[in-house]
Design a protein around this ligand. Structure first.
Ligand code: DX5
Ligand code: ZN
Length: 225
C-alpha cells in the first residue's frame, strides 16, 4: 500500500479565484480537478484551457478526474495541459487499455475510475496497466454528497486484488470523504483521499488537510498495516 496522500478537490472552491484557493492548501500532495461535461454527469465545470492555467499557477501536481463522455478522444489534452495524473471513467472509455497506455506514454500517471455500482472484478487483469484506481464513494457529479458506505466492501476487494498482483497502483477514494469517514476508507485499504467540501468549507483548509492525513494514518495503523 502506498503512503497516505491527500488530494483536495477544488469543486467547492471559489471558481473566480482558483489560483488563490490552491494557494490555501500548500500541504496537499495533489490538487484534484473535476472535469464535467453535462453528458457523463449532469454538471459542467471546465476544460483543458482552464486546467492548463491552473497547472501554471501552482507547484502542486494536478490530479485530473475526467467525468466526460468520449474520454478516449479528450483525455490526452489533459496530459498536454500539464496534469501529473489523468483519471478516466471505465464506463466512458471504449478502449481503456489503449487509453491508459496512451496517457502513460504521454508522460502522466494513468488512472481509471469506477462509479459506485461498477464492480472491480472484471478489471482485475487491467490493474498492472494503471498507476491508480479510483473508487467513487458517491455518484459522480456534485460535491457535498453523503459518503456511500456500500462501497467499503469493494475497497477491501480492490485492495486484495492489488496486493495479489503485487502492483504499486494507488487506491483512491472520492466523494463524501471527511474526518468522519476517512478512517473507514483507510482501514479498508485506500491510500489516496480526495476531499472537496471537507477541505474548502474548513476555516483553515491546510490544517484540515493535515487532520485528514493524521486520521487516515491512525486508521491504517489501527488496521495493522
Ligand atoms: C464528485 C467529484 C468529487 C467531489 C468531492 O463528482 O468527483 O471530487 O468534488 O467533493 P466532496 O468531498 O464534497 O464529496
Ligand atoms: Zn473527483
Amino acid at each position: 500500500m502506498g503512503h497516505v496522500q491527500i488530494t483536495p478537490s477544488i469543486l467547492n472552491a471559489d471558481f473566480a479565484a482558483l489560483g488563490a484557493e490552491v494557494g490555501r492548501i500548500p500541504g496537499a500532495d495533489w490538487v484534484h480537478v473535476d472535469v464535467m461535461d453535462n453528458h457523463f454527469v449532469p454538471n459542467l465545470t471546465f476544460g483543458p484551457t482552464m486546467v492548463e492555467a491552473l497547472a501554471r499557477s501552482t507547484e502542486t501536481p494536478l490530479d485530473a478526474h475526467l467525468m466526460i463522455a468520449d474520454v478516449d478522444r479528450h483525455a490526452p489534452a489533459y496530459v498536454e495541459a500539464g496534469c501529473g495524473s489523468v483519471t478516466f471513467h471505465v464506463e466512458a472509455a471504449s478502449a481503456p487499455v489503449r487509453l491508459a497506455r496512451e496517457v502513460r506514454a504521454a508522460g502522466a500517471r494513468a488512472s481509471m475510475a469506477l462509479r459506485p455500482a461498477t464492480p472491480v472484478e472484471p478489471y482485475e487483469d487491467l490493474l498492472p496497466e494503471l498507476d491508480m484506481l479510483l473508487l467513487m464513494t458517491v455518484e459522480p457529479g456534485f460535491g457535498g454528497q453523503q459518503f456511500l458506505d456500500l462501497v467499503l466492501p469493494k475497497i477491501r476487494r480492490a485492495r486484495a486484488l492489488l496486493d495479489k498482483h503485487g502492483v504499486e497502483t494507488w487506491l483512491q477514494v472520492d466523494g463524501g470523504v471527511s474526518l468522519e469517514t476517512i478512517g473507514r476508507c483507510a482501514e479498508a485499504g485506500a491510500d489516496t483521499f480526495v476531499a472537496g467540501s471537507a477541505v474548502f468549507s474548513a476555516d483553515d483548509p491546510d490544517r484540515m488537510v493535515a487532520e485528514l492525513r493524521a486520521a487516515a494514518e491512525a486508521a491504517r495503523d489501527g488496521a495493522g498495516s
